[in-house]
Design a protein around this ligand. Sequence first.
Ligand SMILES: Nc1nc2c(c(=O)[nH]1)N[C@H]1C(S)=C(S)[C@@H](COP(=O)(O)O)O[C@H]1N2
Ligand SMILES: [Mo]
Length: 310
Amino acid sequence: MARRTNLTLLAALLAAFATGVLALWVGESRAWIVTWAHGAAGFAVLLLVRWKVPVVRRGLRRARPDTGAAVATAAVAVAMLATGIAHSLGVSALGSVTVLGIHIALALALLPLVAMHVFNRPQRPRRGDLTRAGFLRLAGLAVLAVAVKAAFEGTLGASRAATGSLRRDQPIPTSWLDDSTPAVDAGEWRDRIAGLAPRSVTCALDCTSGWYSVNRWSGVAVADLLGPVPPGTRSVLVSSHTGYSRRFDVADLPQLLLATELDGRDLPSANGGPARLVVPGRRGFWWVKWVSSIEPSGRSPWWQLPFPLN
Ligand SMILES: Nc1nc2c(c(=O)[nH]1)N[C@H]1C(S)=C(S)[C@@H](COP(=O)(O)O)O[C@H]1N2
Ligand SMILES: [Mo]
C-alpha cells in the first residue's frame, strides 16, 4: 500500500516536472495543453498527499540516518506546491522576485532531493503493480486531477494567458539567468537602419518567470536589414553585447523585428535599448536584448542549447 502510494507520487512528480520544463519552452499557440497537463499533474501530487501523510507518520516513528534529508525534501515539496498554487491564484511577486520564479527554483532544488530520497529508500515496482485494477486506479487519479484543475480554474484561478502567465502593463526588466545592462553607444544601429521602412507590431512578451505584457514595438524588419541572405543560409544568429545569443530558423526571418521603440518611446536600456529583438509568439528568452550582431549562418537552427546559459 505504502509502496504503491510512493511510486504513484513519484510518477506524478516526474510528470509535473516534465510538463513544467516543457511549459517554459512552448509558445503561446500550443501552450494551453502543456499548462493544463502541468496543473493536473500538480493537483495529482496534491491529492496523493492524503495517502502520503500516513506513510510519512509511520516513517517518522523509526528514526533513520536520512530522516533529516527526508524532512527537508518534504518541506521543499510543500513550498513548491504552495508557490505553484499561489501563482495560479494570481499572486505574482514576493518583493522583487516572481512567485513562479521561486516555484521553478524550488522545483529544481527538489529534483536532487527526490533522487536522493528514492536512492535511500528504494521502492521496487513489482509484477503485480500494473494489473488492470492498478491501471484503473492510476486512470482514476488522472481523471480526478483534471477535474480538480477544471474546478480550480473555474472558481479560484486567476485570469491568465494560455502559458499560465499573469498580465502586466509593462515588460519587467528581466534577465534569463544573470545578465545585466551593458554600456552601449545609443547610436550604434542608427546608420544601419537609416532608410529602411519603419515597422511596428503589437504582441505579448511572455516571460517564463510568470508574467506577460502586451505592447507596441517599433523598429525595422530583420529581413529588411539583412537583405537577401547568402545561398545555403539555414539559420540566423542574433547576439547581444553581453554574450547572450539565440539562433533562429531562416524560415522565421520574416517574423523578426529589431525594435528601437517601446510604446512610441525610445527603448529603455533596461528593456534592451538601443535595439532588441521582438519575436511574436515566442517566449521572452528569445527576445535578445542589446543586440550587437545579426548573422546569417549555414548551421542548423538546432545548433544551440534548448535554453541559454547566461
Ligand atoms: N541579452 C539578454 N537578452 C535577454 C535576456 C538576457 O538575460 N540577456 N533575458 C530574456 C528574457 S528571459 C526575457 S523574459 C526578456 C525580458 O525583456 P524585458 O527585460 O524587456 O522585460 O528578455 C530576454 N532577452
Ligand atoms: Mo524570461
